[in-house]
Design a protein around this ligand. Structure first.
Ligand code: NAG
Ligand code: NAG
Length: 765
């Protein structure tokens, strides 16, 4: 979509949404293509439960968020995720406008678009080839569909309760419709529910209820049921229920018709309450759109202000802020699983993706939501037995490596999140991860142990202090379990549980047991490799990992990459790798083009900027006294692999994790989750102000530079004092706010000659 951007000069600490409309910089299609899989439809508030948008079929491509740029639209539905890979989830509670009377509501009713879809924050529009214009707006638990029908035609809206997004990858992760019900009432409104299962998290049956109203009286109302593409019953009955496909058809004369729909996980009555509270009869679409814009400006965009006026920079800044506030979904008051006064958030895709850059940024930008999210994670442990590593449709599923909620809880704890969080329970939840083996869930992708939650390979971790090839993803799990145990150490330490603290600090060093100093690759020696029960190392080429997927020892990253993954023990790692100079050359090697033929998108570098295991890698030079090189590498990635366009993300957004990585690059910091340390990079702007809440703020300023050619740090002052360290801590600039004033230039300068970043687990053994 082409849009005109109006340039705004904003005040550095502007904090009232009314003062500026930052949503003008947000293109909801940013990151929808090129594997980003962003959802471009209506998300009326940050973390809103309703995500209303089109569902597209385009051959055998999976439409992860429902949207694809080409192909046919087969409905507009109320629930989606954003930026996911794996397999599609949701695409439920739909409506599909069709010309005429509709002979067979179960036939393929999909249609191409007459022109590309359009969207702005809170608004979506599709022009279908059949002449129908569909416009969408919404609220947190309800949506508004506005249909403009072509003249001279009667038109029908088909509601197919069996409608879901399908997966064509053949992984066994498709969604299935199980059963439904559909009832039309005398006043013309309809209510019902659908039950579904499957999707990327292998969920059992779950149910969503809905309640819909039309603004016009239909000429004809019918319900249907049937199997496959044949409606065996299609008549004036007012209800349908059972395991067959079923739903209703509402036929109208010409003109404009709006439909208000509410959803709820609790009941149809709650779904009706949701729509009537949030979109009462007579609500106009533009009013909902401007309410959504206000909400995003107030709650999200106005938290970050810059004096920069370069349109592409502002588009990336505000577009990234938008893209990182889609998931998880705030389902407080909508939890069918248990009655509790705690907040409830679902659609965690996935903590493995988001713990690195997203959750530390959510804490800074959304302290209230963040505390709710921490409480929600702990409440899931209370009732489901384990913290999730990923979760959707009220079911934990798809743990990729470690139990990374441990990292997030540790991060929240060490950065002072207290409020209404019960840290006794929080720590007990982490101990469950660290000590209790989860039941196997027989995941076809990895049958050896649970992928549902917890640490499937825990028996080896406890018995040997490393993970044997009996378990899939053995090395990935070991590296992550070490980080997770470090998280337990942090919280135990804070809670004055000295014995636990010592135990978990010791366990956090067990990644070292996978280090085989005799393996060499490209002139470097020492890599983490799988290890047998007898202690011998498995032979391993550090440049290979087979498919790097569920069944392999390394998950979505090469041995080279996992050999850099001990963030809490970097001094040991630098030493193992041969000392600072060798470590720097080793990092350089990871950015050299043409080494990994499996990584063509990134010129064959070992580092894969399109995936999370490589997120921190460009910044690790700070641990070896070469902050300039961190700036060079991270800026190269930011400028070459990110842009404001539809394909502007280097890989799956993964619930905004890519956008968060970019935002940290713009700020000029990189968080080490679970520690209070932030590695220093280089800021993009002359001025960036982050509203930290409670009257506190972080001011990042720079002089002498520009983000494309003159970005090396020449000198830095933190809170007005000269600074010679390549890191700051939470208390330096976030706890009470602070300032960082950079002088930048076109050539590297050795300014960070002070103390190296902390290595809290180094030493010992
Ligand atoms: C989450 O949803 C609940 C219920 O709608 C609401 O009270 C709460 O304020 C929401 N949280 C945020 C951060 O918006
Ligand atoms: C990719 O490699 C080629 C040749 O080595 C180089 O010219 C180009 O700049 C590289 N591009 C990126 C984005 O790394």
């Amino acid at each position: 979509m082409k849009r005109r951007y109006i340039l705004l000069v904003t005040l550095p600490y502007l904090s009232h949404a009314q003062s500026a409309d930052y949503s003008q910089y947000v293109d909801p299609f940013h990151g929808t293509e090129g594997d980003g899989n962003i959802f471009p439809g209506v998300v009326a508030a940050p973390f809103a439960m309703v995500k209303l948008g089109p569902d597209v079929q385009d051959g055998n491509r999976d439409a992860y968020s429902g949207y694809l740029p080409n192909g046919n639209i087969f409905g507009f539905s109320m629930m989606h995720e954003s930026g996911t890979g794996g397999a599609p989830k949701y695409g439920v509670v739909n409506q599909m406008p069709v010309l005429g009377q509709v002979e067979n509501p179960l036939a393929d009713l999909s249609v191409p678009r007459a022109e590309p879809d359009r969207a702005t924050v809170g608004y979506y529009r599709s022009a279908l080839e059949n002449g129908v214009i569909v416009e969408l707006a919404g609220t947190e638990h309800a949506g508004l569909y506005q249909y403009t029908f072509p003249t001279g035609q009667s038109t029908s809206v088909v509601i197919d309760v069996s409608h879901v997004l399908h997966s064509f990858r053949g992984m066994g992760w498709d969604q299935t419709y199980a059963r439904g019900q559909f009832n039309v009432f005398e006043d013309g409104h309809y209510e019902g529910s659908g039950t579904y299962n499957g999707g990327w998290n292998l969920a059992p049956d779950w149910t969503i209820h809905f309640c819909g109203h039309f603004s016009a009286t239909p000429q004809v109302v019918r319900t249907f049921s049937g199997v496959g593409d044949r409606a065996s019953r299609y008549d004036a009955s007012t209800s349908a229920s059972g395991t067959e496909r079923l739903g209703g058809v509402f036929t109208f004369g010409q003109g404009t018709v709006t439909s208000r729909v509410g959803i709820s996980f609790i009941s149809t009555a709650k779904a009706c309450q949701n729509v009537n509270n949030e979109i009462p009869p007579g609500t106009e679409l533009p009013a909902l759109v401007s309410r959504a814009v206000d909400r995003w400006n107030t709650d999200v965009f106005s938290k970050v202000a810059t004096t920069d006026t370069v349109p592409s920079n502002l588009q990336q800044l505000y577009g990234s802020l938008y893209g990182m506030h889609m998931l998880p979904s705030n389902r407080t008051g909508e939890n069918p699983g248990w009655a509790s006064d705690e907040p409830y958030y679902d659609d965690w895709f996935t903590l493995w993706d988001t713990f690195r850059c997203t959750t530390p940024l959510v804490q800074i930008l959304q302290p209230a939501a963040y505390e709710e999210q921490i409480r929600a994670l702990i409440d899931i442990w209370r009732y489901d037995g384990f913290l999730p590593d990923a979760r959707s449709s009220n079911f934990n599923g798809r743990t990729q490596g470690g139990s990374n909620a441990d990292n997030i809880l540790a991060d929240a704890y060490v950065k002072g999140v207290r409020g209404a969080v019960n840290w006794g329970d929080g720590y007990a939840a982490m101990v469950t991860d660290a000590e209790s083996v989860p039941e196997p869930n027989n995941d076809l992708s990895a049958r050896d142990s649970s992928t549902k939650h917890g640490r499937g390979a825990l028996p080896d971790w406890l018995q040997y202090g490393y993970i044997t090839p009996k378990y899939t993803r053995a090395v990935t799990r070991a590296m992550e379990y070490a980080g997770n145990d470090f998280g337990l150490y942090q919280v135990a330490n804070g809670l004055n549980m000295a014995a636990d603290a010592e135990k978990y600090l010791g366990r956090s060093r067990n990644w070292r047991n996978h280090w085989n100093r005799d393996v060499t690759s490209l002139g470097f020696s020492g890599f983490v490799v799988p290890r047998n029960t007898d202690g011998s190392f498995v032979e391993q080429d550090p440049l290979k990992c087979g498919g790097c997927y569920w069944a392999e020892p390394y998950y979505q990253g090469l041995p080279w990459e996992y050999s850099m993954a001990a963030r809490h023990d970097m001094a040991t790692l630098v030493g193992y790798a041969g000392g600072p100079e060798t470590f720097v050359r080793r990092l350089d090697k990871m950015f050299e083009p043409g080494i990994d033929p499996g990584n063509p998108k990134f010129n064959g570098t070992i580092v894969n900027p399109g995936n999370q295991p490589s997120f921190a890698t460009p910044y690790l030079y700070n641990f070896a006294g070469r902050q300039d090189r961190s700036v060079e590498r991270s800026r190269f990635i930011a400028k070459n692999y990110y842009n404001p366009g539809v394909a502007g993300l280097p890989g799956n957004s993964d619930a905004g994790s890519m956008q968060s990585w970019l935002l940290w690059n713009m700020i000029g910091l990189y968080p080490l989750t679970g520690q209070t340390t932030f590695l220093i990079g280089s800021p993009w702007f002359e001025s960036l102000t982050i509203d930290l809440g409670g009257g506190k703020r972080l001011d990042v300023t720079s002089t002498g530079g520009n983000s494309n050619t003159a970005y090396y740090v020449q000198s830095l002052e933190v809170n007005g004092q000269p600074w010679d360290k390549a890191w700051v801590s939470w208390s330096d600039v976030f706890e009470n706010g602070g300032s960082m004033a950079f002088v930048l230039g076109p050539e590297p300068r050795s300014w960070a000659t002070g103390e190296l970043p902390p290595n809290p687990a180094s030493g010992g053994m």
